[in-house]
Structures are given as structure tokens and as C-alpha cells.
Design a protein. Structure first.
Length: 105
């Protein structure tokens, strides 16, 4: 498996079930997320909170299991809950941008 294929293979684990996410979303998905991210980042400038885009797992049951999702955009304010590529606190805000399913047409 090449690097490009590895980068597209992302999984999320919910209630112990691993879900392989579809290949990388299209151009418009990234453009929309980038615009939302830029607006939020500007609004948070100088504050304690930070915003992540598509690169930080959210572990929502860290003491029970290793369930995780990777939101498109997430605002976090408790930086002590950041460990490596994951956040295990309570996010202030999450954005998940929907894309048409490849199966729908």
C-alpha cells in the first residue's frame, strides 16, 4: 500500500465497531472546511481555545474503550486533554461536513 492509499484509509471506532471511512472527500468538501476553519480560527485569535481541522481524533470514552472519531473541525479549550494525535476532553464545538455518498450517484 502506497502513502496516498494509506492517507485515505481512515477509520473511526464507535461502540467497539471499526468503520472504515470512504476515500478522501472531494474538492468542495475541503474548500468548505477550509473556509469554516479560517473563520473560526480568526474568531479564536488571542483566546485560550484552538481549532483543529481533519487531523485530530476525538476519543469520547477514553476510560472505557478506545472509541474515536475524527471530526472535520473541532474547537478545544482544555489543552491538557491533548495527547499525541487525540483529544479526550469535551469539545466546545464540532463540525462534520456531509458529502454525497459515492453510492448515491
Amino acid at each position: 500500500m502506497g502513502f496516498a492509499e494509506y492517507e485515505r484509509k481512515k477509520d473511526e471506532k464507535m461502540d467497539g465497531v471499526i468503520y472504515e471511512m470512504s476515500p478522501a472527500p472531494g474538492y468542495w468538501h475541503g474548500l468548505i472546511n477550509g473556509n469554516i476553519y479560517a473563520l473560526i480560527k480568526q474568531g479564536l485569535k488571542g483566546g485560550a481555545c484552538i481549532v483543529s481541522i481533519e487531523n485530530l481524533d476525538f476519543k469520547y470514552h477514553p476510560k472505557i474503550n478506545d472509541d474515536h472519531v475524527c471530526p472535520d473541525i473541532m474547537i478545544i479549550c482544555d489543552r491538557s486533554r491533548l495527547k499525541g494525535g487525540a483529544y479526550s476532553g469535551v469539545p466546545k464545538f464540532i463540525v462534520e461536513t456531509l458529502s454525497p455518498s459515492p453510492a448515491s450517484g
